[in-house]
Design a protein around this ligand. Sequence first.
Ligand SMILES: [Zn+2]
Length: 117
Amino acid sequence: MAKKYSSKINKIRSFALGLIFIGFIIMYIGIFFKNHPLVMTIFMLLGLLAIVASTFIYFWIGMLSTKAVQVVCPNCGKPTKILGRVDMCMYCREPLTIDPNLEGVEFDEKYNRKSRK
Ligand SMILES: [Zn+2]
C-alpha cells in the first residue's frame, strides 16, 4: 500500500528512525578522523547525541500514544489512533476528527470521497 501521507505518530516515528541513522552516519564519519582525536571525539559525541535524542523521541511517542484516542476507521475498519483534534488513519490515511465542530468543515464526507479514487 503506497501512501504519501501518514499519521502524526508515524511521522514522528520515522523522524526518530532517521535520527538514529544520522547518528550512526555522523559516528561513521568520525572514524575517518582517526588521526585527529579531538575531531573524532566531537563527531562521536554528536552521533551519540542524535541517537540519544531519537531515544527520547521514541519515549515521547510512547507517551503520546497513551494520550491518543483509539477509534475504528470508518473507511478501512481498522483500529487507529487520533492525535490531537484532526489526524489521519495510520492504514488508509483517511482524515479523521474527534472534534464535532470540525466535522463538515475541513474533513467532511464529501471531501473524503473526492480525495479517494
Ligand atoms: Zn483507515
